[in-house]
Design a protein around this ligand. Structure first.
Ligand SMILES: NC(=O)C1=CN([C@@H]2O[C@H](COP(=O)(O)OP(=O)(O)OC[C@H]3O[C@@H](n4cnc5c(N)ncnc54)[C@H](OP(=O)(O)O)[C@@H]3O)[C@@H](O)[C@H]2O)C=CC1
Ligand SMILES: CC(C)(CO)C(=O)C(=O)O
Length: 305
């Protein structure tokens, strides 16, 4: 199986980074999916990655074509609209890969596209910042992806791996993608939420013991909930998160902080919001996350122009 044409829905900070490499490899066999004004703007202005301009093809939802692979890189609260916008471009054999943070996007997509292979996926060690149509990204970003379990890789996983290798996109397939997705979620629950409240860049967080301690307390609650859910995050998952924090560029900012700074809706419901719900079902206390949740919700509620 060879992936010949790829579409991506979500030309944002994350999408833009990977679109650059896929566009370079595939030319017009790579396209963004966008409609209306979003399509016009993307076509007219394109994107910049680290100062280099690129202008991939843009297809609309009613293009009358299907893709071998569709990569989804919108925010969690945009997922339903993205699903409707990609529906007509999903064929019988289209593989779908999500890069959204959180633990729910893959299952939401699989429920909508029951007959397709929807892979688990995430973007890690990425410190992309997007202002207007200009993206900066300095770290060695990696896509971690796969089926739920990958003791042996399926034909689809191998095909995506070959594509990412050809596009020179760092990638890893883990045996247990549920644990991998939860590990990233733990990182986001710590780092993203603390940064959104404090306004701190990665560099400031790394050099401020009080903030680091808060990050670790929020993440410890995820470890506890993971045990109650039989996901059982362990020392190696904790260590891999610390490794990611170390790798992030000092000037970079989490996506949640970028949202708060730009007075956009945040993904907090998919971080502590979801953790609090799961914790309740399992009678686990998550007081630090309750505080973080309320602070971020209050920030969102009080955005002023
Ligand atoms: N930024 C980061 O460093 C990281 C982010 N992530 C995760 O990746 C996901 C994406 O984040 P990020 O790239 O920062 O988000 P952005 O907000 O930068 O990008 C989302 C993009 O999706 C577009 N979009 C939304 N709805 C549609 C739609 N229906 N059709 C077409 N395009 C649409 C938006 O367009 P428009 O602007 O026109 O509304 C925007 O360009 C999130 O889950 C985030 O948590 C993961 C790792 C790191
Ligand atoms: C891990 C981190 C903080 C950067 O890759 C992220 O996922 C985000 O900013 O949403």
């Amino acid at each position: 199986m060879q992936i010949k044409n790829v579409a991506m829905i979500g030309a944002g900070a994350i999408g833009g980074v990977y679109a650059y490499s896929l566009h370079k490899l595939l030319g017009d066999n790579f396209a963004f999916i966008a409609n209306g004004k979003r399509k016009e703007r993307l076509e007219k202005e394109g994107l910049y990655l680290n100062g280099e301009h690129f202008n991939p093809k843009v297809v609309s939802s009613d293009e009358g074509t299907t893709f071998d692979l569709i990569i989804v890189s919108v925010k969690n609260y945009q997922l339903q609209s993205a699903i409707e916008n990609m529906r007509n471009l999903v064929g019988e054999n289209t593989i779908i890969l999500t890069l959204l943070n959180g633990i729910s996007a893959r299952d939401v997509l699989q429920e909508e596209f029951k007959d397709n292979n929807v892979l688990y996926g995430l973007a890690i060690k990425i410190d992309a910042v997007k202002v207007g149509n200009k993206i900066t990204q300095n770290s060695k970003a990696i896509i971690q992806f796969g089926d739920k379990y990958n003791k042996t890789m399926s034909e689809e996983v191998l095909a995506v791996k070959n594509l990412l290798n050809d596009a020179k996109i760092n990638n890893q397939v883990f045996e247990d993608m549920i644990k991998t997705v939860w590990t990233k979620w733990m990182l986001n629950i710590g780092l993203n939420q603390v940064s959104a409240i404090s306004g701190a860049t990665y560099g400031v967080i790394k050099n401020t013991p009080e903030l680091l301690s808060l990050v670790n307390k929020a993440m410890t609650e995820v470890m506890e909930v993971s045990k109650a859910c039989n996901i059982n995050l362990g020392d190696e998952n904790w260590a891999s998160v610390q490794d990611v924090i170390d790798s992030l560029d000092g000037d970079g900012k989490t996506s949640l902080l970028q949202d708060v700074e730009n007075k956009r809706k945040t993904e907090v419901e998919y971080f502590s919001g979801t953790l609090i719900k799961i914790a309740k079902e399992h009678n686990v206390e998550v007081p630090v996350n309750e505080v973080l949740y309320n602070f971020i919700k209050a920030k969102e509620r009080n955005y002023t122009d």
